[in-house]
Write a protein that binds this ligand. Structure first.
Ligand SMILES: NC(=O)c1ccc[n+]([C@@H]2O[C@H](COP(=O)([O-])OP(=O)(O)OC[C@H]3O[C@@H](n4cnc5c(N)ncnc54)[C@H](O)[C@@H]3O)[C@@H](O)[C@H]2O)c1
Length: 303
């Protein structure tokens, strides 16, 4: 896929998935603004991309506030003349159960993921609308945001909010030709290595250099960071010009479209529902088949 002449910003792209996205976009011909809070990994990423013959510049800034967002858009315009693609990938985890989660745990995660996505997308949308040639906002969500996840009040809330913003901005930016999609990735990174069900297989694959087993790549959609990058390049390309407002899952051998939340059971009561009427009819009515919640625990096949 050819991204020659396009300019992309990828937040949190010093390591992990963001680095894979930045490298893939650059390999397809885009000039890339690499961003991270960690200057060492940002520099290394720029060096790696330029060593491969790509165009990249680094901006060390903490995504969250509007100043960082402005800095990223300005760097794209100053260094490469324009901005076509924004990938809001920067993220942190501060996992704790609700009754132990501090205000700071909550605020810091929401600030990077939710506020960072908002501020960066707003700055990018202003620039893309001025350019008048459309654009791409690619927002990074998570299965936790779709389903809820134990210990992730802050993260699940932020990631669910990101999908809601994608659906909202897809409406608002359609006339400007700017597509907005949410990506729901899964990949073996520092983040996922801590999940007990995944850890042994990831460690084994790292030790031997062998690919992750089939059940992880297919059933759990868990693979390498490079397995996710193809979707980012596709969404950035002209081929995806009519793909917008979607939440798209990818990982390992798996590509998936997440459903838009919808009513699965509906009942009517003339004049409205009293508490007693709901109580009488709940278990045989709309509550007869309750929805699942939480990410199903990964299960290795019996040996
Ligand atoms: N790894 C997975 O399976 C998975 C699954 C679902 C969603 N995600 C999401 O994908 C994104 C990347 O995840 P990863 O696993 O590569 O994580 P990672 O921790 O390997 O990389 C995240 C990068 O973001 C940087 N960063 C953190 N805060 C920042 C800030 N305020 N400003 C700029 N940079 C900042 C970090 O320094 C780091 O280099 C995150 O948004 C994460 O929530 C990952």
């Amino acid at each position: 896929m050819d991204l020659q002449g396009k300019v992309a910003v990828v937040t949190g792209s010093g390591r992990g998935l963001g680095l894979a996205y930045a490298r893939a976009l650059a390999a397809a011909g885009a000039a890339v603004v690499v961003n991270d809070i960690d200057a060492d990994v940002a520099d290394a990423a720029v060096r790696a991309i330029t060593a491969d013959g790509g165009k990249a510049v680094g901006v060390v800034a903490a995504v969250g506030d509007s100043e960082a967002a402005e800095q990223l858009t300005e760097a794209a315009v100053r260094e490469f003349g324009r901005l076509d693609v924004l990938v809001t990938n920067a993220g942190i985890l501060r996992d704790r159960v609700l009754w132990k989660m501090t205000d700071d745990d909550f605020d810091s995660v929401v600030k990077v993921h939710l506020r960072g996505t908002f501020t960066c997308a707003r700055a990018a949308a202003v620039r893309m609308r001025e350019q008048g040639e459309g654009g791409r906002l690619i927002l990074i969500s998570s299965p936790a945001g779709q389903r809820g996840n134990f210990g992730q009040t802050n993260y699940a809330a932020a990631k669910a909010g990101i999908v809601a913003m994608a659906r909202t901005w897809a409406l608002e930016l359609a006339r400007a030709g700017i597509t907005v999609n949410a990506v729901v990735p899964v990949a073996a990174t520092a983040m996922t290595k801590t999940i007990p069900a995944f850890a042994p297989a990831i460690e084994e694959a790292e030790r031997t250099g062998a690919p992750l087993p089939d059940w992880l790549r297919k059933d759990e959609g868990l693979g390498t960071v490079d397995d996710v990058a193809g979707l980012i390049t596709f969404l950035a390309s002209d081929t995806a010009k009519d793909v917008t407002g979607q939440a798209i899952g990818i990982g390992g051998d798996r590509l998936a479209l997440w459903a838009h939340p919808t009513e699965t059971a509906v009942a009517f009561a003339d004049g409205g529902w009293s508490a007693d009427a709901i109580g009488e009819r709940w278990h045989d009515g709309v509550g007869a088949e309750p929805q699942t919640y939480g990410i199903p625990a990964p299960k290795a096949p019996e040996a």
